[in-house]
Write a protein that binds this ligand. Structure first.
Ligand code: ZN
Length: 280
């Protein structure tokens, strides 16, 4: 069973479903590559005009895999976003810097620039690495049970690798979101402009499909050029530069953690993070 399911639906829509429901769709590299295969299939298929990304089970995604038996950060994997060398046989900071640049920042940017409109369909948890997937999509539609958080400051890290926080919400709100690491519910996410719409959980699939099919009636090149125009505008407003600059701080944090605690996550794991995140 693939970690990302792919289907082509009627009306010019492809739908990708994150498929590790037992671990709240935690992302390992296997899932990243399966996701990329699906995005590539959708990009190359002329019958597909719009792409939906959703999660199976109770949650969209709990983030990067930091604790399941299938966690695979030490294994080599195929490069698709860059020509940087393999990380698996490298030491500490070199390994982390090279791996995360490829698997997280590079792959999310690759999907963000895919020349067809993408819609993130969010229900349940969308945490840390989950935000990166949602934020690299063009539209975000959430159900009323969805919540968003980036609690990695608790690991001593200034936010997830795809550092779009001060762009998807205003900078003051981004500070609150990160400093507290608390959950932002769907209504508040709508209010701060991070998402496009909130709908009831039981009509989420249909609502997103309806939006996708209506977009799919637009001409392919019109959609591709419009997407490029807005992505270019975001980059000229500083998104790309900000991410590059923050990636350096992010890896200073990982290196500092590795020097002062047991590992690059400051000794935190899925269990300890889940425990402190619960009440928030
Ligand atoms: Zn990292």
């Amino acid at each position: 069973m693939s970690e990302a399911l792919y289907e082509v639906l009627e009306g010019g829509v492809a739908r990708i479903t994150l498929n590790r429901p037992d671990v709240r769709n935690a992302q390992n590299i296997k899932m990243t590559l399966a996701l990329d295969d699906a995005f590539k299939a959708a990009a190359m298929d002329d019958a597909v005009k719009v792409i939906i990304l959703r999660g199976s089970g109770k949650h969209f995604s709990a983030g990067h895999d930091i604790g399941t038996p299938e966690r695979d950060i030490h294994l080599p994997f195929e490069r698709r976003a860059s020509l940087w060398w393999d990380h698996a046989d490298k030491a500490l900071s070199e390994s982390a810097f090279v791996r995360e640049q490829e698997a997280y920042l590079g792959m999310c940017r690759r999907w963000r620039d895919l020349p067809k409109p993408t819609i993130a369909q969010i229900h349940g948890a969308c945490i840390a690495g989950g935000l990166m997937l949602a934020w690299s999509c063009d539209l975000i539609v959430a159900s009323d049970d969805a919540f968003f958080s980036d609690p990695v400051v608790r690991m001593g890290i200034p936010g997830v690798e795809y550092f779009a926080h001060p762009f998807v919400m205003n900078p003051r709100k981004a500070k609150e979101f990160l400093f507290l690491g608390e959950r932002m519910n769907a209504d508040e996410a709508l209010q701060v402009g991070m998402i496009n719409r909130v709908v009831a959980r039981d009509v989420l699939d249909d609502s997103v499909l309806d939006i996708a099919r209506r977009i799919a009636q637009m001409p392919r090149m019109g959609l591709a050029l419009t997407k490029k125009a807005i992505n270019q505008a975001e980059d000229r407003m500083g998104l790309r530069d900000v991410m590059d600059a923050t990636y350096g701080l992010h890896h200073f944090a990982h290196a500092h953690n590795a020097l002062t605690s047991t590992d690059h996550l400051g000794g935190q794991d899925a269990k300890s993070m889940a425990k402190t995140n619960k009440g928030s």
